[in-house]
Ligand binder design. Structure first.
Ligand code: MN
Length: 430
């Protein structure tokens, strides 16, 4: 067993922490009341101010270069350094924050309670692409529209995606203003304009691009995992009525671009290493990926086993002190394509990826009820409302409803890690 897997921190609340034990060390950008944006690392219920530790002279060599690249309120330059810089920083932080560290007094002065800090989107996102790799989601949604032929013929060959909007990606906690737009009400032949009446969430894994590629130079599948800096949770809020009217023939547009919420911590590829596993075998009869998407090592260890959860709290549940209602529990193993395949496919035509670009996996649903990642699937397009302990029902989200995404990676003999929350509360349309 790798010693890191069970190591403990002198930061007491980090040991056994549900999201941020010593083994995680996710990076982010935070600020304290009225202060500037700085880079930090989550440890237990605290944030370690990396720039303060740098100023105290506790980083040397490649780890120092890595921390210098985190300055300026965004992690793009750090992402651009790639894996070796991330590993150097991680190794140094494991030593500094691990039991027996000689520098506890210095580090304590650079630790702030997370509850006193605000977290920001951790990088300048040049481009955001949303994929559609949750095959159960694609089947569930496809069935609503094409009961006999839920998956279109390209699905098992092409990692389907669309270019999303980077400008409206916001960190957890940002309110979600109900969008207005055009819809075609049932039975009508002319569209109406007004607030979305079928507001939904989508449970997704977010993928941060590390080192990019030059335009015209595809990233080979065997190298693709090296171009990923880390992961987050992503809620791709969706206006289903606007989407239904606008999406043909070019795909989602204003039904998605009003806001997408992310969890603000970048969980690194290294922290998730113990939770890698083989890509689940394709069902009999499914085609093999084309060769530019097929790599032995990626098939053997390119998937992740991460549990994903969606919770709902309504205004009335909050008033009645009721616990959050679990809408779905799913897993990243429902991805039909690996994250490396997404990188290889995205760049195969010569498209340039840049450090800080963000991918969404697409909604990740399991096969069973209780494992669905959107209300569209849970209620079958509004036919079967969800019943809540407050006595309320939901077909889609109402004003005051709050959606919380969580993730947890666990394996026997290894400290389990989480992603922190991705939270958003719906407020009335303007
Ligand atoms: Mn989506």
């Amino acid at each position: 067993m790798n010693q890191t897997a069970i190591a403990r921190s002198w930061v007491e609340h980090a040991n056994g922490h549900s999201d941020f034990p010593l083994q995680n060390l996710p990076l982010g950008i935070f600020s304290r009341a009225g202060g500037e944006r700085r880079s930090g690392v989550a440890i237990g219920d605290a944030i370690l101010d990396l720039e303060a530790v740098l100023a105290a002279g506790l980083f040397e060599g490649e780890a120092r270069t890595a921390v210098e690249a985190t300055r300026g309120g965004a992690l793009n330059a750090f992402f651009a350094l790639g894996r070796s810089a991330r590993v150097a920083l991680r190794e140094r932080l494991l030593a500094l924050l691990g039991e027996g560290s000689e520098h506890q007094a210095t580090l304590k002065a650079a630790l702030y309670p997370a509850s006193e800090c605000e977290l920001h989107v951790p990088a300048r996102i040049g481009d955001y692409t949303d994929f559609y790799v949750g095959i159960q989601h694609a089947m569930n949604v496809g069935k609503l529209f094409r009961p006999d032929n839920p998956l279109l013929p390209n699905y098992k060959y092409v990692p389907i995606g669309y270019h999303g909007r980077a400008s409206t990606i916001r960190p957890s906690g940002t309110e979600v203003r109900r969008p207005k737009g055009q819809t075609l009400p049932a039975g009508q032949s002319e569209p109406s304009f007004g607030p979305c009446a079928r507001l939904d969430y989508e449970l997704e894994l977010g993928i941060w691009i590390g080192q990019g590629n030059d335009m015209g130079q595809a990233i080979p599948i065997g190298d693709a995992a090296e171009h990923i800096a880390g992961f987050c949770l992503l809620n791709d809020w969706s206006a289903r009525d606007i989407q239904a009217w606008e999406y043909q023939p070019l795909g989602p547009f204003l039904s998605k671009s009003f806001i997408s919420t992310i969890s603000p911590w970048v969980v690194t590829a290294e922290a998730l290493e113990p939770f890698r596993c083989a890509q689940p075998a394709r069902p009999n009869g499914d085609p093999q990926p084309l060769s530019y998407l097929l790599d032995t090592r990626d098939q053997a260890a390119g998937a992740f086993d991460i549990e994903l959860e969606v919770l709902l709290i309504t205004e009335r549940m909050r008033e009645q002190n009721l616990p959050a209602h679990r809408l779905g529990l799913s897993n990243t193993l429902s991805m039909y394509w690996t994250v490396a395949q997404l990188v290889a496919h995205h760049s195969v035509n010569g498209c340039q990826l840049q450090p800080g670009d963000l991918f969404g996996s697409g909604t990740l649903s399991g096969a069973e009820p209780g494992q669905y990642g959107s209300l569209l699937e849970i209620t079958e397009g509004g036919k079967h409302p969800v019943e809540l302990a407050s006595g309320e029902v939901r077909k889609f989200l109402e004003d005051g409803d709050e959606i919380i995404l969580r993730a947890r990676a666990r394996r026997d003999g290894v400290a389990s890690i989480g992603f922190g929350e991705c939270r958003g509360k719906v407020v009335a349309a303007n």
